[in-house]
Ligand binder design. Structure first.
Ligand code: ASP
Length: 292
């Protein structure tokens, strides 16, 4: 059966000097996931593997290199979901872990869906996740940007959607949120049905952009609903971003796979870094803009 994987690295204006690092990072991540899908790995494994690559890459606002809150600290949100049994796990405002997406995956194996702050970190420790000094996640460039502007803004959040050979979908999202956010602020990224969703009867979705806008329209769930109602991945993606802009304003982008493994991409921000590969392709393709 056909497999497919798509990743994103945030919706915003990407300056010329950052285009290549964004494309290269997305390609590395998508190939890490594709290597697992080729060997009959699960969509869930592929999503986690791809997002871990992006969390290690300081080009992106997730894991190492996350944006800093108003107190100059890294507080991260992440979530993962699988579409067969609708199991989901998420962490919010977590500090001092290298890979929030892997902690989210551990949460998925408990009775709970979302753990936050200190409780989430204690849980990560109990599960043997990689802990670090929170200061080790701060990248020089983020520190400089934090010092030079007080603007509250997001970008470079990461996400992934995969479909495996067995027809199962998974989706994931990971972020440091937005620069100068209030401590404790949580965006759309770790919220099931808002920043991501996966359901085998429709497909999978991951979003990025203005969390406060994405949340108000529960965009991820809206997209999977549209697919259930007969839209293809691309039209469902376009409709969701347009409706957000119309109803509440804001900039965002999304990546989608539908039941047939078709790829959907939409953004009203100038750029959306993304890369994808399907089982028919010999290697992945990356872009910072939707290819029409
Ligand atoms: N959606 C993320 C948030 O609001 C930010 C982003 O995607 O850049 O936390």
């Amino acid at each position: 059966m056909r497999w497919a994987i798509i990743v994103h690295g945030g919706a915003h204006t990407i300056t010329v000097d950052k285009i290549e690092p964004h494309k290269a990072g997305c390609l590395r991540a998508v190939e890490a996931g594709a290597a697992l899908l080729e060997k009959e790995g699960s969509a869930l494994e592929a999503v986690e593997a791809a997002i871990r690559v992006l969390e290690d890459d300081p080009t992106f606002n997730a894991g190492f290199g996350s944006m800093l809150n108003s107190e100059g600290e890294v507080e991260m949100d992440a979530a993962i979901m699988e579409g067969e049994r609708l199991r989901a796990g998420a962490v919010a405002s977590i500090r001092g872990v290298r890979h929030p997406i892997s902690v989210a995956r551990h949460v998925m194996d408990t009775h709970h869906v979302l753990l936050s702050a200190e409780g989430a970190r204690r849980f990560a420790q109990e599960r043997g996740a990689e802990l670090c000094d929170p200061a080790e996640l701060v990248h020089e460039e983020q520190r400089r940007e934090w010092e030079s502007s007080k603007e509250v803004r997001g970008s470079d959040t990461v996400g992934c959607v995969a479909l495996d050979r067995f027809g199962n979908f998974a989706a994931g999202t990971s972020t440091g949120g937005i620069m100068h956010k209030m401590p404790g602020r949580i965006g759309d990224s770790p919220l099931i049905g808002l920043g991501l969703y996966a359901d085998n009867s429709a497909g999978g979705v991951s979003l990025t952009g203005d969390g406060e806008s994405i949340m108000k329209l529960a965009l991820a769930h809206r997209i999977t609903n549209s697919i259930c109602n007969g839209e293809d991945a691309d039209r469902a993606a376009e409709e969701a971003i347009a409706s957000m802009a119309r109803r509440v304003g804001g900039e965002a982008g999304c990546i989608v796979l539908d039941r047939q493994g078709r790829v959907g991409v939409a953004h009203n921000a100038e750029n959306l870094a993304h890369a994808y590969r399907t089982s028919e392709m010999r290697c992945a393709t990356a872009s910072v803009q939707k290819q029409r």
